[in-house]
Design a protein around this ligand. Sequence first.
Ligand code: AR6
Length: 170
Amino acid sequence: MATIRIIQGDITKQAVDTIVNAANESLLGGGGVDGAIHRAAGPELLAECRTLHGCKTGDAKMTKGYRLPASYVIHTVGPVWRGGTHGEPDLLASCYRRSLEIATENGLVSIAFPNISTGIFGYPKDDAADIAITSVRQFLKQPTTLQDIVFVCFDDDNFSLYNKRLSATN
Ligand code: AR6
């Protein structure tokens, strides 16, 4: 039975099989968590990302983790918030599902997620937390190698939102 945990901190420090990056469609780096992951992983990460030729919003692609404590990075592209009527909820759910699928296809046991789309991409944090938790729970109804799913919250708002939701239903 897989466990879902919440921590507050920096995802680049997490010693899990894979961390998830909240990237953009170019996969060539950016600000926020994407910038932090590229800085910590070193230039080899960008070199591998260049071979991937981008990624569609809602999809994900995996690379090695290079200088990170995590062995791999699954790069996913969350939706930019445009009012909620442009398919944003389905695209955000798809980011979590595709990341979990890729981790499972590769036999991984532990995965850490940032709060995808809730920074520069402007997704409302409460709605994004609901989608993240629901998508993970839905995925865990099927067979998976994953045993440890960690939500790494960076800011206080997200940490408090995730804590409320998981303590209310666990
Ligand atoms: N560890 C964990 N979470 C973090 C860290 C960190 N080191 N740094 C920031 N966060 P964002 P997005 C949190 O903006 O909204 C980039 O330029 C942050 O508090 O990183 O999906 C990409 O290249 C927030 O809760 O990603 C894209 O262009 C969450 O990570 C664009 O930003 C996501 O914030 C993606 O925007």
